[in-house]
Design a protein around this ligand. Sequence first.
Ligand SMILES: [Zn+2]
Length: 244
Amino acid sequence: MIDKLKTLARMQKFDDEIGRCRELQRILPQQLHTLIQDVETATAKVNEANNVKTSILARQNELENDIRHNNELALKYGNQLADIKTNKEYKALNSEIANLKQKNGDIESMLLELMETETEIKKQLTIYQKDLDAANKRKSDKEDDLRQQIAELDGKIENLRNQRNELAHALPVALVKQYGHLIKSKNNQAVAYNSNGACGGCGFIIRPQIRIELELKKKIHSCESCGRLLMNKFTEEELTETTE
Ligand SMILES: [Zn+2]
């Protein structure tokens, strides 16, 4: 009987490992998705900041051209002043020159504001670029490994399942069925161990008589509450030593 108990415990170890693999099948693709997503998000931010920077530079060029144009016009008007005959015309041209200078003053203020914005956006761009570099590094460091791990999980589970089924051959069919049913219905845990006098699966207190029987290892018990196969825990050595 003790061999059957050990076999059940070994089968549960394989199912524990299968459970961990299934958890990885859930988590690893999420991690991969996050890696890719982070690069996309960081790239979008860099692109957006670059677009803002480009439009600021274009606007600066435009305004500088306006200043140049106004200066040329003001110079031309200034040269014309010498040829003016009437006082009225002289005043009009002078006020036109003053107007152009005023305009250029306003444009200069706008340029200063734009320069501040440009400095700000350059700072942001440096930060975004750093984020992007970091995201790219994380991706290139981990992506291949993650993809490989994900690709290998199916085979790993298959392998574990085969090893577990191999063990099951040594058990009566009814017990294997019971085990399989419990794995499915009891959160991947068919075997529960006596944990300080309580069922390790559900916490139900084990009756003293049953506790004594668990010590003897002469019978397969089920938890009276959750129905899991109940036994005292074996040591690693007990589980690895070959059964005769
Ligand atoms: Zn229980």
